[in-house]
Design a protein around this ligand. Sequence first.
Ligand SMILES: Nc1ncnc2c1ncn2[C@@H]1O[C@H](COP(=O)(O)OP(=O)(O)OP(=O)(O)O)[C@@H](O)[C@H]1O
Length: 586
Amino acid sequence: MRPRTLLALVAAALALALPLVLPVFQVTLLTNIAIISVTVIGLVLLTGISGLTSFGQAAFMGVGAYTTALLTTRYGWNPWLTLPAGMLLTALIANVLGLITLRMQGHYLPLATIAWGISLYYVFGNTPALGGFTGIREIPPVSVFGLTLDQPREFAYLALLFLALSILAAQFLLSSRFGRALRALRTGAVVAEAFGANTFTLRVQVFVLSAVMASAAGWLYAHQQRFVNPTPFGLNVGIEYLFMAVLGGSGYVWGGVAGAVLITLLREVLQNVLPRLLGENTNYEIVVLGVLMILALQFARRGLWPLVERFVPAGTPRLLAHALTFPHRPAPASGSPVLRVRNAVKQFGGLRAVNDVSFDVNAGEIVGLIGPNGAGKSTMFNLVTGVNPATSGTVEVLGQAAGRLPARAIHRLGVARTFQHVKLFPELSLLENAMMGGYSRASAGILRSMLHLERGEEAALQQLALTQLERVGLREQAYEQAGNLALGQQRLLEIARALVADPSFLLLDEPAAGLRFGEKQDLSALLKKLRSEGVTILIVEHDMDLVMNLVDRLVVMNSGQELAQGSPEQVRGNPAVREAYLGADV
Ligand SMILES: Nc1ncnc2c1ncn2[C@@H]1O[C@H](COP(=O)(O)OP(=O)(O)OP(=O)(O)O)[C@@H](O)[C@H]1O
């Protein structure tokens, strides 16, 4: 058995045993930890994985708690109906807030979460129907199959069940296509878009999911306490939840649980010990927690869980069985236009990085785009792949005008690319990095992923990724972290990722930089093989030996302008090219 499975089983056994053996007071503490953990796991998905910092999660707990408090006490609803009602209401509120705030970048988003965190707190406190700052009492207990959960020990099991489901769903989500795209939001949104993901929609979805998880935790809280008021849903509590995620390890589901356990227990201990030591009844535990937080940020930036994981290695991931087959994209007819660039101009302020460039790439060709540094080659790539629209002129990719399409839509036409500055996810395995290339071939959304009902698709993506890793010579390292690869191999991994997408048109930005001689030969052979399979290739490359022996045609750029076009021989013999770029002895 894998060490991590063993650890999970130990945790499950503890969860089953503890409510029976602990004194009642500690059982209540355990329940609190389970409830808080559900919210913090949502924060892990939102903040640690997707890079969206929120200080306002406690307010969403409040929405869940107040919904059930109001509907059960005033309208006599069964608590099992108020749970979906609260989650639905929270989803609606989060959706509206998300659509407004999630386009914000940098520190504006956290500031916005503070703003609505405070607003919701005052909505709870100032709404007479919600009992104002005194709150709502006499919330009925939850019943399960006729058993009323009004005793701490019984209720603890309900809270632990919610926690177990949250852990499982979050783990499933993270190991899915959806989870890989979420991971890309934090550091590689350009990659996610380049492989077909709508990053804004993903942001809204994960934001709503984390809010809904907080809402479910709020429902539990209301039926545990049987009383709600605004205090536990204020901004300072929201900040504390974020502390828990960061301290435990905001990039890890179990890190969220660890943070909730640590801070809740520590607060409890400090509340008992400090008054005895200091002889007065003050809130020094908050000061101690603050200092601990600073120390943790200084010495364990990624939180405490990665330290634990070092002792519990993940082992080789299991390959899934019963792979579906994705349809193979039919290649465009040989010789038909794949790319038509006409008088393309790209202006950055006063600089014309691309200045009136026109050229074609036809199906089944390998075309080289060459030129000295700063000639505008990467900018041209960005015009073709939809990262930047052209200032004027037209760029037509596979029959569609690229100017009006986002990168993800151009990708879905059958275009895949690599990047000049490698854009991989260093903490993920080569396999997972390569699987990202297949994002738009699969279709499982958030729900199917959380329930792990996308196994067939995942199995197919694993197989495709392994096949393409094999092709670029990286099969052996499939389960290693991408960050451990040398730069040249990282470029090969980017090619494997692009091939998983089954592209008709492949754009390679300096793929041979950092490769050794033998690796360059292998790369050249691979690209020729791809051409014979019908893949059209546009390649930017500085290695002239490789380019001249590989491409069918060349487009030469200099200072944003098109200098020459033609076969390698024609370009080699062109005096303007020799003078401007290649030098006399090419
Ligand atoms: N986003 C941007 N904003 C402003 N200027 C830019 C931007 N992107 C590129 N440039 C400028 O446009 C010019 C062309 O850059 P580009 O990266 O396209 O050249 P390149 O041919 O790919 O060069 P290299 O071979 O060095 O990568 C450079 O002067 C560069 O500084």
